[in-house]
Write a new protein. Sequence first.
Lengths: 740, 416
Amino acid sequence: MHRVKKVEYEDDDLYSGEEEEADAEYTAEDRDNFATLTPVVRAELEEARLHASDREIEEALWHYYWDVSKSVAYLKNTRTPRPAQRTEKKEQPKSKFDQAVQKSAEKADWFRGIPWSDLPPAQLGLIVPCEPVTHRPMMLGGSSKLAKLAEERRKKAAAAQSAQATPDKALASLERLGRPREANENEAPLSRPDTKKYPLRKRKESSPPPREPSPTPQTPPAEVQPSLRTSPTAFGRVLSTNPAAVRINNAAALDEMLDPFADPSPDDAVLRITKAKNTSNELANKTKDLSLEQHAPSQANVKSKGLDVLKIWTEEKPKRKPSAAFVVIGHVDHGKSTLMGRLLLDTGAVSQRDIDRYKKQATELGKASFALAWVMDTGSEERERGVTVDIAQFHFSTDHVDFTILDAPGHRDFIPNMIAGASMADLAVLVIDANHLESGIKGQTGEHIVLAKACGVSRIVVAVNKLDATNPPWSEAVLQDVVASITPLLTASGYKPENVRFVPCSGLNGQNVVKAMSKKGDASWVAEGYRTLLEELESCVAPHDTEEMVRAPLRMQIADVFRGSVTNPLSIAGRITSGHVQTGDTVLLQPSNERAMVRGIEVGGNGQEWAVAGQICTLHLTEVDQQHLRAGDCVCDAKNPTPAAKNFVVQLTALDSILPQAVDVHVGRLHAAGSITALISTIDDAGEVERKKPRVVKAGQKATARLVLDAGAALEAGTRLIIRANGSTIAVGEIIRAGG
Amino acid sequence: MRLIKQNIERKDGSGSATLLPEEPEDMWHAYNLIRENDLLRASAVRKIITESGAGSRSVDRVHTTLTIRVTKTDFDPQAGQLHVSGRVAEENKHVKLGGFHTLDLELHRNFTLEKADGWDSVALDTLKEAVNQDAKAELWAVIMQEGLANICLITEHQTILRQRIEVSLPKKRAGSTDHEKQLQKFFQTTFESLQRLIDLVDPKPLLLASPGFTASSFQQYIKAQAASGGDKRIQRLLHKIVVVHSASAHLHSLGEVLSSTTVTKQLSDTKFARETQLMERFFELMRNDDARAWYGPRECEAAVERGAVGKGGGVLLISNALFRSQEIKTRRRWVRLVDEVKDQGGEVRILSSMHESGKRLEGLGGIAAILTFPIEDLDGGDEGGDENGGEFIHNGDDAGPLHGIEGRTEHVDIDI
């Protein structure tokens, strides 16, 4: 349980040498950065008709950890609002605050060398030292925890940035709140910052192949320059426009000044303007995320930009790279996770280095063959036992498609998790161990097929795995045998033959997964007759979002509630079933009937302005308490919510006999206790009532029944559900009527 | 419960019984015994307000023994308390006739019960069961899955949910240890609740049930706690832990848990084992759509009328919730049915509605029967509807209460 894992490996990395360098002189690396970044900052400043000395710029850069945008904003900021503050000082009696200000000002040689000559004449010479003092503690990461935190972030970002290309592209929209992206696990080791305090944002994602540029929202026309000057702080604004008001608003203004994070920072203004230039650049995303982090979690709300998501979505549709989520199903130990690990390794989404590391760790546990599965099985329990417990999500891209893997557990005890995965998928990959066909069909292979279909997955790729271990290896007869025994199961569950593909492969060795097999030798029939798993997956992708779906009111089932990061303490993940959502939207959470605001959206690890039906996304929420959120709850349109209900009339197809009894009801991630209280009627194939009030519904029959849940759930008519009892699926069906 | 004295007439069931409840479970028996209109005599604390001639009021709390005619019973399974409301039936110096009083039955205090319409066979059976002094099996069960734990006390007659712990656990995410941290926290919460609930000095067997590995992980957690903490009592508890499989953490999965062999061994409760066995048999027959299994009030009555629940394997399973009906008529109806089956030589099992198999039975309308011969279309007559649960309107009611009394004599053999 307390095993040393990958995570710890990172922790070492993160904790090494913290705080030691806080006071060190500039290193050579720093100087390099200065050399590259100073001209950029200067150029930016000149654009705004401001001057700053080298030293000043360097200092700003250093304190902001190479964040150009912030440094620029800061430098600009130090100039503009100053005069008004002077007036304030004159009028103020010498308060404690002022004394403190003076004290620290004595220590600070902050303004040495600043040329003040370029200020408008009316403002000349009105320099007040209190501004830097109020900013300084936060910026320098002095004593306050928040400041330290911010400092850490900056360092981290700086590291990422220094490894990236031109810093002048580093400016991006601030409104796009998003969870900061962690440096990718499989990217070349970046010049990491030496000092890291908190192991924040340890989440790793794969994205090495070039991703589709994040959809560019319609950008508002770039604002004109002057707005820059007015935007700095509310304090500055108030003072400069109405000096008389200062006295009245003094206390409030002071508060605001002391908390520079309470208002949109001047950065926002700069970023908003520059955003238009480069929205879709990765670096930009990073800096954007960074500037976001500056906001404390208590930060004021994000304003909705009122985007016409439907229109943008329609416009962008032709350009967009298709995306698909597939769930990997099959009996336990048939090699689902290993096959997926192989797929990721061979597409380059996971580096060989990581696999080697897993291999080493796995060998220590005596499970060397599980190394590939460890890409998916990240839990310590999963690794110890060599069994997938919960759905693992992983993104990867090929040249044509963005894929999301949902690796489902095969063990029968974790079928609730498998249902959760299948309900988020567009297609399914059924993994079958060619050597253990029988055990699979008796076990979960059969059940998974039925469940995947019941969750609405209509296309399936059957990966016949472990063909390298058959006797003789790569025997075509074995494959044909599998095809012959699986096809009837698939057709019985309602899969159309054109939606079913078979792929022979070996996950452990990677044959015919991404790389095609050679056309020589025993296995030549594979290369001749079958495509690789990846090709087959790509060919199966079909658009999963239609206009009606996007137009419909928002519905999303929460698959996970977690702490995204320090700045996003409450995040939820799930697939949007219908409708669309954008940052700043207020959504309603059911059945708790609580409102929440969407602070940020992430799709595939990238921050977005909006998301539409069919996408698996992460929403960062604010203005709601975590206790109102449970996996399985529904996020819905605040104006058009799903009411929570306890009583339902359902139409079922029985897989086992159904009596009025207590059952487990599964709808995606929702796992609720309930009971079938009455059997209303059995139905024949034509949909006609066969018999009213049957005493029992036998396997294979269709029936309508009354279902009562122990606790209310937000389920609508038409929702697919799965009914289980005593650990086996007894019926699948859908809701006909909710409530009443 | 101890029977202090009884003077129940064999012939008509009149008379009273004085009982001494000794443990919380006895309150459950009392709850099943005491009906509306019965006469209950127990000690009570009554607030007496006296007004003097000068108009000053003084309030006294008086310990007295009251006899009330029951109007309502209220059972709190969690606390094991029974409140019986009624009107005073015997005047004494403190209370006037007809005044209202709610008696809180207390452990180790006698109460005397006299049945309004005599002790019927079912009441006598309940009484017999209540005063059975055999060692009572008792165990704790934690039925759990990640993020949800139900801590229950399982006794011979009841399954009492004592604590429900629900935590929103983040799911596993690559590169995050949140899931594991929260899981440990969840274990901690569960274990702390458990420690508060169970008697560590003399621990009862503790059952941990879950799908997957959660239960065994929790066992590991307790072991780690026992090893690190200095509490010897927890180490003693360790030996009492049994880990079993369940399909989910929901309470209805307890059925599966309790029927597993590990548990039946622990419970060594033949009554319960037999009930579970019969329920399984019934469900098995239902699954095969065998016409020898029927459920629902009307169907079962029809089957009994035709003499199908008799000698040679006929079994009537009935929940004791049905006998707690407010309606005397309905109650009699079930008593009569039970008596009839006994007359016919069939087996009658009265299942506790608080127990697992009883709850399953409740889903089926509280009554089910395994017939000696198949009868098709027992429900055929009402194909046309009567949706609104007319099952309690029984046309045979006016067959007279006499019918039920015949079968009674053989059951009045309580000798304690």
